[in-house]
Design a protein. Structure first.
Lengths: 162, 128
């Protein structure tokens, strides 16, 4: 595996990643869920966003891409992906939100020159509940975008270490 | 195409269902859909009998898709069975790795049913 590439991890690069991260998320929702994502008119808080999916990045870029949303949104994702009515949060909801985060991460890294081959993705981890704190054990810069899925708030973030 | 027996290998059960639905939307009449959550489970499934087509993710726990494809030549029931990778790993390097390991097609997630059709139908017809 290649060493961390500082050119792919500067603050300037991370700023230029925002539109690509948004595009990556929009493509996943349009192709796999048949749904449109809108940019939120203003940033919103994390209250009520009790489902978090995380996909780790390793290689030329080290860090994680995360998706945070409410159980209601995650359940709606599962319903749209499966084309059936999923009424209650459960294993399918966690599976769906983890896979959506995985596809956003993969789609995003394939849009960054040099990152596709030089960066590996972990399998997704899904956290249920909002009462947790995540502490990266390295200097990091976090970039997040606030989106609306069927009017429901959703945050996609990328955190890069080093 | 009729009566196709397919093995879908992905650690996401939701994605396995989406892939099966996309195959049907591509016009395949599926006689049997077998599922496995990783490469090791898929090898065990193949010991039970033959399939016509394998669709396989790359990033999976226990045994990933590339290792699974590399082990297929040692599985009698998998001889001649085409494998199409279906994965978030969309870089040129990953495509080359997968095709070198023995895969006959490559679909990047997120995908459309049309992309599934374009990759799978020629492979099933023996024209990768």
């Amino acid at each position: 595996m290649s060493a961390v590439n500082p050119k792919l991890a500067t603050e300037g690069d991370r700023e230029s990643w925002i539109p690509l991260l948004e595009l990556a998320a929009q493509e996943v929702f349009e192709l796999m869920l048949g749904a449109h994502l809108d940019a939120a008119p203003a940033p919103f808080g994390e209250t009520g966003l009790d489902i978090t999916a995380i996909v780790g990045l390793a290689g030329q870029v080290s860090g994680a891409i995360a998706l945070r949303c409410a159980s209601e949104s995650a359940t709606l994702m599962a319903a749209k992906m499966l084309g059936v009515n999923v009424k209650h949060p459960g294993p399918e909801m966690r599976d769906a939100v983890g896979e959506v985060c995985n596809m956003i991460a993969g789609n995003f890294k394939n849009k960054i020159p040099g990152m596709g081959d030089g960066c590996m993705l972990s399998v997704p981890t899904v956290i249920s509940g909002a009462a947790y704190s995540l502490h990266a054990l390295a200097d990091s810069g976090k970039t997040e975008i606030h989106l609306l899925f069927e009017g429901l708030p959703l945050i996609v973030s990328i955190e890069v270490h080093g | 195409m009729n009566n196709v027996r397919v093995l879908i290998v992905d650690d996401s059960s939701v994605m396995r269902k989406i892939v099966a639905r996309s195959l049907q939307q591509a016009g395949l009449n599926l006689a049997q859909v077998l599922e496995a959550g990783n490469g090791a489970e898929a090898l065990a499934v193949l010991k039970q009998g033959k399939v016509d087509l394998i669709l396989c993710d790359i990033n999976m726990p226990v045994m990933d898709g590339l290792e699974f494809v590399k082990q297929l030549p040692g599985v009698e029931s998998a001889q001649g069975v085409p494998v199409v990778m279906i994965t978030t790993e969309g870089s040129e390097g990953h495509v080359v790795q997968a095709l070198s390991a023995g895969a006959r097609g490559y679909i990047r997630k997120p995908f459309t049913p049309e992309q599934v059709k374009e990759q799978v139908l020629p492979v099933l017809a023996g024209n990768p």
